[in-house]
Design a protein around this ligand. Sequence first.
Ligand SMILES: [Zn+2]
Length: 103
Amino acid sequence: MWFQVMAAANGFHNGRGHATFGPGQLRAMLLTADRSTGEISEPAPATVSRAIKVCIERGLLGAASQSSCLVVPGHAISGGIGLAACKVHDRTRATSRKQAVSD
Ligand SMILES: [Zn+2]
C-alpha cells in the first residue's frame, strides 16, 4: 500500500510538491482486490494512514503528509502543474500564525 501512496503523491503533486485530495479521494485510488473472490474494496482509513506513515518514515513523503495532502520532499519534486498554495497546509499555517499572535 505504501508504494501506491507514494505513486499517488508523485503522480498528482503540483510544482510545490503538494498533492491534495478531497474526502475519500485517496482511498478510492487505492482500491484492492480480494485474490480469492475478486471483490474490490477501498482500504480502511487506518490502513491508508499507516501507509502514509511508512512513506514518511522511509523519507519518501514529508512529515506533514496526511490523507488530504501528500507532500513530496523538495529533492524529489519533478515537474508538477501549477504553483498554487496548498489549501490543507497553508490553512494550517495561517491558523497557527493567528494563534501565535493571540497568545
Ligand atoms: Zn499540502
